[in-house]
Each structure stands twice: as C-alpha cells, then as structure tokens.
Write a protein that binds this ligand. Structure first.
Ligand code: PAF
Length: 280
C-alpha cells in the first residue's frame, strides 16, 4: 500500500494503476461505517484509494475543525488491513495553495443548501463539493463511495456529478449502527456517557416514526410531536420530512419519505445527524 501526501505523486501513482479505481473520501478517524465503504469498494474495484483529509473549507469558523478527531497512524493501518492500494493523506497546503476567499469553489444551488444541514452550516456544501470534485479529478475514480448517514451530502454530490458530467458513479452505502442503533460517526468520540445515552433517543425517535408510519400515521405534525417527546433533553436543530429522490419537503408522510434529524447533546455540545427511510 502506498501512503501519499502530495498531489504530484498521487497523479503519478494513479497513472500506473491497472483496472478500475474505487475512491472512498473520508476525513479520517475511520470507524466501522467507513470500513463498510472500503470493504464494498474493495469488492467492486481492482484498486481502492482512500483519502484522509480533514477539509478545512467545509467547516465554519465556529465549528470543530481544530478538535476534529485525528488518528492518521491507525487509519493507515486500517486501510492496510483492507487491502487498500493508496491512502492519500495530504496537508492543507497540498490541497489549497490559496486562501478560501481566493479559491474556485463548486457551489450547489441555493434551493438544495438552504435547508437541513445547509441552513445552519452556510458554505459547508460548497466546501464538500469542491474537495470531492478535486478528489474525483486527482484519483480518476470510476466509482466513489458515500454513506447514507450524510444524506443531504449524498444527494448534493450526486447532483453535482449529474450537473457537471463527472465520469464517476456514486455508490450509496447504508448507515452502519452500533448494536443499540446509534449511527456511527467520528463525532461520537466527543460524547460523554450521559450524552451517549441521550443520543440514543435520536435513532429511537426515527425507528418509532417508521413504526407509526407502517401503522398508518401520515400526519407530519403528529409524527414530529411524538418524536420531539422521545428526543426531550436534546437540542433538536431540525426534524424534517423530504422526498428521498428530490429532497423537496413533504406535506404528508408517504413511502418516498426520508426523515432527517440534527440534534445537539447537552454536555459535549456535539451535533449529531441521523435519518431513516419510512419505507424500504
Ligand atoms: O463525509 C465526509 O467525511 C466529508 O464530508 C467528505 C465527503 C470526505 C468531504 O470532505
């Protein structure tokens, strides 16, 4: 396995690869969710490239860029165990030679970023799309693997690929959960014991919603009320019902509905996201 920290060498090594290339873009602190993407990429491609890069331009100044968990040695070992061909782990200066105000960015349209996570994280998806586009260009990936936990990110990246004719297939991979249903996230590392207990109420609320829907409850106000009761003690930023194909808001729940939640837990002030399809 090659460990590469610069663009020049990455381009050279990519040229040498024979067969298909699967890219797993990550910000490191790899957990079983990432490993499920890497395993799938390994099954479906001749070569797998994992990028490990905490992308500064997708963090607002008030966010957790500095304390975001970093464990490069462990990440490299995990990739090695999975048979990854290249780990690309660049410094910020390799990816961005200019300051943010002077960079060419890919900015998804307002109507897809003015809601859900985009609403409280202005500029976040510009940063995500821009780094993902760079990684597509640098790795020449045939397929790229993204988790469904970041559902709005997945939707926006797919749209970018369609709109800008990137020659890469986006593979959408299921959310991986702990046995007690907490969705895996690198930010779970921040959780105190109390926070973790409270955080469980996010998935509890979502699974309960799905149950209520299958029992015939379709009124969104009723579904939100019950869910907010379950998530009492959490600071719920949003609970929203969208069409899973268009991300347009729903007026009533149906089989195409995706329910998304973002909430903060009180002690560590960690912001967590999760979602569920009401039918599949
Ligand atoms: O989902 C993530 O970890 C990041 O947003 C991504 C896609 C690696 C871009 O920095």
């Amino acid at each position: 396995m090659k460990i590469i920290d610069n663009v020049k060498e990455l381009k050279e090594e990519i040229k040498k690869l024979k067969g298909s290339i699967g890219l797993v873009p990550t910000m490191g602190a790899l957990h079983d969710g990432h490993l499920s993407l890497i395993k799938r990429a390994t099954r479906e491609n001749d070569n797998v490239v994992v990028s490990v890069f905490v992308n500064p331009i997708q963090f607002a100044p008030s966010e957790d860029l500095d304390k975001y968990p970093r464990q490069p040695e462990k990440d490299i070992q995990l990739c090695k165990n999975e048979g990854v061909k290249i780990v690309f782990i660049p410094k910020i200066s390799e990816m961005y030679s200019d300051d943010k105000g002077n960079l060419t960015l890919i900015c998804p349209p307002y109507n897809v970023v003015d809601k859900l996570c985009g609403k409280s994280r202005p500029g976040h998806f510009d940063g995500v799309c821009s780094v993902v586009a760079k990684l597509f260009n640098l790795t020449k990936a045939n397929k790229a693997y993204f988790g469904q936990k970041d559902a709005q990110q997945l939707f926006i990246v797919k749209k970018m690929v369609r709109d800008l004719n990137f020659d890469v297939q986006i593979v959408s991979c299921p959310i991986i959960r702990e046995p007690d249903n907490l969705a895996l996230s690198s930010r779970n590392k921040y959780l105190t014991q109390n926070d973790r207990k409270l955080a469980l109420n996010i998935s509890k609320a979502l699974f309960n919603l799905k149950k209520l829907f299958t029992q015939g409850v379709v009124d969104i106000r009723d579904l939100v009320d019950v869910s907010l009761k379950i998530m009492d003690g959490l600071d719920v930023e949003y609970i929203e019902f969208v069409d899973k194909n268009t991300f347009n808001f729903k007026t009533k729940a149906d089989r195409d509905t995706l329910v998304l939640v973002a909430a903060r837990v009180p002690e560590s002030n960690t912001r967590l996201i999760d979602n569920i399809k009401l039918w599949e």
